[in-house]
Design a protein around this ligand. Structure first.
Ligand code: URA
Length: 250
């Protein structure tokens, strides 16, 4: 009899092969591999070859698909696409909303004012940007930083799902409501979602395939406007550190 894990794996293969669902026919698919024991750093104990393979898959996704994407109108107004940056072997992935002015100018995620706060938050966790992976739901900037439209999220989020399938992080932090709502497929607000782990399914279907623990927290741009909420975000990040076995500050 086929063991349940195998069925889930098969379901995931089927899912990723169904290009109508993800719209990513050409992207090579890697399936989650069994984990080795978790290291104390924030990079997975994967071989150099496996990390290079993941980096190459990310590069192909970026160069062949994201940079050339014209699936929605944002492609007409963008300066650069913003794929995301960091380690292909990251145990922790941060997902934001969409590039802003500075990110669109540089083609790099979270480098404006909110990004500088995120960099400090990551440093407070004892980590560097290079050890984690930082990306967004949308790869192009909405004009005047307006909220992402539902159809833009629907067309762009398959790239994010593919990034997460390649990296296979142990924990995801969703920064702000659009990221949390997209990944958890919920309409609940960030105030209700934050503060506890949720199951994120790579398949996009609850209960199908492997789940990754996801911590929703406040977006750094919100924290810049509401610094009184920083202690809640820090509590969320400490829960993430605990989950990853990282040393907590005394
Ligand atoms: N806000 C985001 O959500 N993402 C960025 O990359 C920058 C600001």
């Amino acid at each position: 009899m086929t063991p349940p894990a195998h069925s889930a794996r098969e379901a995931l293969v089927q899912y990723f092969r169904t290009d109508q669902l993800l719209g990513l026919k050409e992207v090579p698919v890697r399936l989650p591999q069994p984990r080795t024991s978790a290291p104390a750093s924030c990079k997975k104990a994967v071989s150099a070859a496996a990390a290079a393979e993941r980096a190459e898959l990310l590069r192909v996704l970026d160069d062949d698909q994201v940079k050339k994407c014209t699936k929605c109108g944002l492609s007409e107004s963008r300066g650069h696409t913003v794929f995301g940056q960091g380690s292909s072997a990251a145990r922790l992935v941060f997902v934001g909303e969409a590039p802003g002015f500075e990110e669109d100018r540089q083609g790099v995620a979270f480098v404006g004012k909110a990004g500088q706060l995120l960099t400090r938050m990551i440093a407070a966790m004892g980590l560097s940007r290079e050890e984690v992976f930082i990306c967004n739901v949308l790869k192009c900037r909405p004009p005047n930083n307006r909220d992402p439209a539902a159809d833009e999220i629907a067309k762009c989020s398959p790239y994010l799902y593919e990034q997460l399938a390649i990296i296979e992080p142990e924990v995801i932090v969703a920064l702000g409501a659009p990221a949390a709502k997209t990944l958890l497929q919920t309409t609940q607000g960030i105030g209700r979602l934050r503060g506890r782990f949720h199951d994120f399914y790579l398949s996009g279907i609850e209960g199908i395939g492997p789940a990754i623990p996801l911590m929703p927290t406040y977006h750094p741009a919100y924290l810049l406007r509401s610094p009184g909420e920083k202690n809640k975000a820090w509590a969320d990040l400490q829960a993430v550190m605990k989950r990853l076995g990282l040393p907590l500050p005394k």
